[in-house]
Design a protein around this ligand. Structure first.
Ligand code: SF4
Length: 315
């Protein structure tokens, strides 16, 4: 297929050591803590915000931070203060992308977070997380698992995020977590104008959430950046959206070339879409907010110095 922005070959993997692993981050005014056991992501989403500036290497070369669990343990053992805010796993990669089956770094980091009583949110687009179902279920009072699902339409998914599993497979995984008592959320993010923002598209995702016993569903409109816009132009062309690029320029209010940082869509357009999503979610008895059970906690350092509990063997 011509016009693709990504390579169809399997990525290369490389291991590297990190000096630090737990970092502050800020998204849309929300500040928190995050860990990223990998750099790069095999899911190849066209709209990926984590690429910062465009480099195909982000999808094609995955770095595994091989000492991430040990560095995380050291940082938590010497954490300043007695309380810690929830940690987001992850903000700039998918911690449960296929590389996790090879390296197991996310599993070992989760074990460290649990050992120190640290609350966490996992954000993923993967079903690989099923491997750690028991681990998360045993910590359900202190964690929240969120799957990002942009579409249930396979024709769209294959173009927009070709390295992710089909939505049906993700919902299968979600149902297992919900049945095990884990709080499950779905983040419909990004919602792409003219691609996934129709009632039919949003309704299909919300219905699938209801069937999988998801309790929290929220979403946000796509933001554009120079590199994201370049990839989205390919998406619009590949999906055959008539006058797609011209319509986007109107919805986002810019002229070529797009420059500067993020561009949000027209306020009224975005509000109308996110309000429709919220109405659909509430009409099905789900919440469009975040759960309250995951908040700041006292770090438990009574385990410091104990033998490591890390027990993942890569396959
Ligand atoms: S899963 Fe997340 S980090 Fe990975 S390519 Fe998609 S948007 Fe980027």
């Amino acid at each position: 297929m011509s016009g693709l922005w990504y390579n169809m070959q399997a990525p290369e993997y490389e291991q590297k050591a990190s000096k630090s692993i737990i970092h502050p981050f800020s998204v849309k005014g929300y500040g928190g803590l995050t860990i990223n056991p990998y750099q790069g992501c095999q899911h190849r989403c066209a709209y990926c915000y984590a690429t910062y500036e465009w480099s195909p290497e982000f999808y094609d070369r995955i770095y595994a931070k091989s000492n991430a669990p040990e560095v995380l343990e050291r940082e938590l053992a010497s954490w300043k203060g007695s309380r810690i805010n929830p940690v987001m796993v992850s903000s700039a990669t998918d911690a449960y992308q296929p590389a996790e089956l090879r390296y197991g770094l996310t599993r070992r980091c989760i074990q460290v977070l649990q050992k120190y009583n640290v609350p966490y949110y996992v954000f993923t687009k993967s079903a690989v997380i099923e491997r750690d179902l028991e681990l998360h279920a045993g910590y359900s009072q202190n964690c929240f698992i969120v799957w990002s699902v942009t579409t249930c339409n396979e024709g769209i998914r294959r173009i927009v995020e070709p390295g992710t599993p089909p939505a049906a497979r993700i919902f299968e995984a979600i149902e297992k977590f919900a049945s095990a008592g884990v709080a499950c959320g779905v983040n419909v993010d990004p919602i792409m104008p003219l691609v996934t923002d129709s009632d039919d598209e949003l309704g299909a995702v919300v219905d699938a959430c209801k069937n999988a016993r998801v309790r929290y569903v929220f979403g946000a409109m796509l933001r554009l950046r120079t590199d994201i816009w370049d990839r989205m132009k390919s998406v619009l062309a590949l999906l055959g959206v008539e006058n797609g690029a011209e319509q986007y320029k109107k919805i986002y209010g810019f002229e070529e070339p797009l420059s500067g940082s993020y561009v949000a869509c027209d306020k009224d357009y975005g509000k109308q879409v996110t309000c429709r999503l919220g109405d659909m979610v509430r009409a099905r008895g789900m919440s469009s907010g975040f759960p309250e059970h995951v908040g700041p906690r006292e770090i438990d350092r009574s385990c410091t110095g104990q033998k490591s509990i890390l027990n993942y063997v890569a396959v």
